[in-house]
Design a protein around this ligand. Structure first.
Ligand SMILES: [Zn+2]
Length: 209
């Protein structure tokens, strides 16, 4: 089964996608990880992407799309895949449709208030970048990373004022995309405001339906 997981930043897409990936035994594909992987493995696309990243520029859409297409062609995607947070635009969605069949698009939803509150509890390790959550993934020692003892900090991106802005941008950007998948009769809305296990149950049901 080929699934796209959509939802605003902070709704918990990554957590749900990784649980689903384990249960369904299909790869979890997130663009950030994919980009880093390509750069680390020095693939042609990775080298091109690195040129932009080294200059502090955004990696162009076409390059990301190329990478996704290449990723979806790999053997492990034969049984299915879970695309996490991609596509974001109609153009990207069209490209995905050309490259692979899409069976379901799960749209995780939660109110801005819940997301702002959730993200404000997130902390990142200054050394290894592992992400903690003061309610869900607590470090053993307050303020320090379990893995490398690095100090934990709150990213600028996770502060309430920034989150509110990001949510507005997301909404504006994805509105047409939601409509696009609704029109194709692929979209299912799932309430993402509960605990991760609860949300996972709901997503699982929505996919089976
Ligand atoms: Zn660490």
């Amino acid at each position: 089964m080929n699934i796209i997981l959509l939802g605003p930043p902070g709704v918990g897409k990554g957590t749900i996608a990784s649980k689903l990936s384990k249960k369904m035994k299909v790869p979890h594909i997130a663009t950030g990880d994919m980009l880093r992987e390509n750069v680390a493995q020095k693939t042609d696309l990775g080298a091109k992407a690195k040129n932009y990243m080294d200059k502090g520029l955004l990696v162009p859409d076409e390059l990301v799309i190329e990478m996704i297409k290449e990723r979806l062609k790999r053997k492990d995607c034969k049984k299915g895949f879970i695309l996490d947070g991609f596509p974001r635009t109609i153009n990207q969605a069209d490209e995905i449709s050309n490259a692979a069949r899409v069976d379901k698009v799960v749209n995780l939803q939660a109110s801005d208030g819940i997301i702002v509150k959730r993200l404000s509890r997130r902390r990142v390790c200054s050394q290894c970048s592992f992400i903690y959550h003061l309610d869900f993934i607590k470090p053993n020692r307050e303020g320090f990373c379990d893995k490398c003892s690095g100090t934990l900090y709150q990213r600028e991106d996770d502060k309430p004022e920034t989150v509110k802005k990001r949510l507005k941008v997301y909404e504006k950007q994805t509105e047409p995309l939601i409509k696009y998948y609704q029109d194709k009769d692929l979209l299912v809305d799932v309430d993402g405001s509960g605990l991760p296990e609860e949300v996972f149950e709901l997503v699982d049901e929505a996919i089976a339906a």
